[in-house]
Design a binder for this molecule. Structure first.
Ligand SMILES: *Cc1c(COP(=O)(O)O)cnc(C)c1O
Length: 373
């Protein structure tokens, strides 16, 4: 399921994901690893297995299909499907595999109850509430109709209630996150007053680290598990200091050559050497999910030193400045992410050059063939 036939390799250090989990579990009270999108590109099954060994007994994935893959091939665990049922098949599959899907509208509730009836069992569900993201979920105003519908559908049992924070990683202003927390707290109270016994879950990584008052009964940890600091570069950066990135990505140098002054490199000649310059040509490009947006912006790690991207990133090749790595030769490995030593490329740095966030860097580079250490 990876990008075929290329030379880019992803190394995932599962011991770091385990250590990040222990760190988060020390802050939270019921940390649920979020392993959606193939564990943010780190590999659903290996990550879930490693975290189950650390004691995680509940996981959150995106689609019901991911949940079925985890239920049938992964460790024994409770599985939440954050996206909820989408296609008709998802309802029956969720019930059959005892997955707890998010449900955020009455149609989903009705169809899940029907699937449970067809199979002669009770479907557990997670009620999804919108407290500020304006994406999916019931609002607090929907509560009376929701409770009335649930009372008529004994084949569906809500066992979790969740909402999602829009601004938990904003270090300057916590007011919106706290308002979402207050709204969610009121929703939980009303559900419990109506007799529902539910696990309440609101916090994401940033809120686990920064907002104890938003922890409720369980928390969902994604990006921090994979070692990116949600507060990198902000006044709260110290909160995520102990997190260690688990993904390393490298590709081979295929050519080393000298540029004479005035010589350009790559399409469009957007980089012209001003003085004699050693360049290394690395076998990676945008076909390997190394974005063309890194043209003249990014850097790799070559021989433990930074090597800037020169000119445009091509489909399967990228030129870098090898002046700091005089011994570099074809066959050497250039690191696009991570790498040995103090100059290792942080996910937040690569994301900034790329014009995105570590989440996207992990999901995209993680499409390459993975190895585990
Ligand atoms: C992805 C996701 C999370 C995890 O968020 P992080 O910022 O990666 O910790 C939590 N909840 C929901 C609903 C999500 O989609």
């Amino acid at each position: 399921m990876s990008i075929p036939w290329n030379k880019t390799r992803v190394r995932v250090d599962l011991s770091r994901i385990r250590a990040n989990y222990r760190l988060l579990a020390g802050s939270g009270s019921g940390v649920v690893p979020v392993v959606k999108a193939d564990a943010y590109g780190h590999g659903l099954l290996p990550v879930a297995k490693a975290l189950a060994e650390e004691g995680a007994d509940t996981f959150a994935v995106g689609t019901v299909e991911e949940a079925v893959a985890l239920a049938s091939q992964g460790p024994a665990a409770r599985i939440l499907a954050l996206l909820g049922p989408i296609d008709a098949e998802d309802y029956d599959a969720a019930v059959r595999h005892k997955i707890i899907p998010f449900v955020g509208n009455l149609d989903q509730i009705e169809r899940l109850a029907q699937a449970a009836q067809r199979q002669g069992c009770i479907a557990e569900a997670c009620l999804k509430f919108d407290t500020g993201m304006s994406r999916l979920g019931f609002s607090d105003a929907d509560l009376p109709a929701l409770l009335e519908r649930l009372a008529r559908l004994p084949s569906i049992r809500p066992v979790w209630a969740c909402s999602h924070l829009a601004t938990a990683d904003d270090d300057a202003d916590a007011s919106f996150a706290l308002a979402q927390g207050a709204c969610f707290g009121r929703i939980l109270e009303q559900l419990r007053a109506a007799g529902c016994r539910l696990v309440g879950c609101l916090a994401n990584s940033a809120a686990i680290l920064a907002h104890k008052t938003l922890h409720f009964d369980a928390q969902r940890a994604g990006i921090a598990l994979y070692g990116a600091n949600p507060f990198h570069g902000t006044t709260l950066a110290h909160l995520g200091e102990g997190l260690a990135p688990a993904m390393d990505v490298c590709a081979p140098v295929v050519e080393v050559r000298e540029l004479a002054p005035g010589q350009g490199v790559s399409y469009g000649r957007t980089f012209i050497a001003e003085r004699p310059l050693r360049v290394a040509i690395v076998a990676v490009g945008y076909a390997d999910a190394y974005s063309r947006g890194l043209s003249n912006k990014g850097a790799m790690l070559l021989g433990g030193r930074r090597a800037k991207v020169l000119g445009r990133v091509c489909m399967q090749l990228t030129a870098v400045d090898a002046s700091q790595a005089p011994d570099c030769k074809p066959g050497d490995r250039a690191h696009l992410l991570g790498g040995p030593g103090p100059q290792a490329i942080r996910p937040e740095e690569l994301a900034a050059w790329w014009g995105t966030i570590p989440y996207e860097v992990f999901c995209l580079l993680g499409l390459n063939e993975r190895q585990y250490v």
